[in-house]
Write a protein that binds this ligand. Sequence first.
Ligand code: SAH
Length: 378
Amino acid sequence: MNDTSLIIKLKKGKEQSLLRKHPWIFSGAIQQYSPDMTNGSWVKVLSADDQTLGFGHYQKGSITVRMLSFGNTNPDQNFYINKIQAAYDLRRGASVISPKTNAWRLIHGEGDGLPGLIVDVYNGTAIIQAHSYGMHLDRHSIATAIASVLGKKIQSVYYKSQGTLDHVDNEYLHGNTTVPHTVLEYGYKFLVDWESGQKTGFFLDQRENRKLLGELAKDRVVLNTFCYTGGFSVYALQGKAKSVHSVDASEKAIALAKLNIELNGFNTEENPCFVADTFDFLKNKADVYDVIILDPPAFAKHKDARHQAMKGYQRLNAEAFRAIKPGGIIFTFSCSQVVDKQLFYDTVVSSANPGRPRHQSTTIAGTTGRSPGIHLSS
Ligand code: SAH
């Protein structure tokens, strides 16, 4: 499966985190490299006293090795099949996959013991997204393993890593499927275009939050900002919202959002979709909506951008607190990795209280991974 002639030896004491199965080795922990390291190659990792700690993908940079297996057994050609089978069994066991939900994440990086790899399945098509060159080099073995584990449930495998790695091409590795392609999430229909859509085509991580919104939307006037292809809008309408406004800066996203609203039996005259900047859209609106969803892209991807990002979150949430009606609900999210829950919480609270009395509203907030971990009432 891999060439273990390449070796990385750690500094004394630096084996501790690996013995606890931490999946990353930082450059500062390394004492010695084989001379001919190339990005993406498999390496064997040794402790300072030559004990084999495991195997992983090498990549020049701060995270130098992403660990794929621990201990001294060299992964064989069934490595990806075994990992993917375990991930699939886990999701089946947890009832993530059902006749009503055929769009789901099969591999979630470190969580499935495969750092650097995301695989999403959209009703018969698997999308592989590599975040490391090791996964890029292994993409054909991964595609074969997916086809072998999922069998007839998979008709095609698309490789999409242009947005995450330099100098790689997007391509079908098995079969092909016409996009947009219809998928089901909790029985609701969505058109997904993985070829030209964002990320792998759909934001599966928001599934449970969309469901929660659906449960709270009855008889309410809802504003879904940063709506992308209308995920939250469809759930709100299915939950009998009075009406839903959807806003996104991308024309392509709004075109699909309209189709998705119609595909689920609703009409886009009563539930209009706007191509607009959310900040502009919210300007001068006061006490208009019962529910507002704020799901922007990451405002800060690096620590250096954090300060500026917090100002952005502060402004955005303050606009929403002005536009929400008394007693309304704001769903507010941050997917910036460098913004933790407490910082986001403090920012949302401060934007709810910009020095003047505000009416009561409830805020449901989520950070990276976007679980609704914070519930505020202000
Ligand atoms: N909530 C969506 C995912 C949102 S992704 C879902 O459940 O599917 C973030 C979206 O914000 C993208 O569609 C992007 O086009 C949009 N976007 C980025 N900047 C924007 C802005 N300033 N105003 C409106 N939309 C914006």
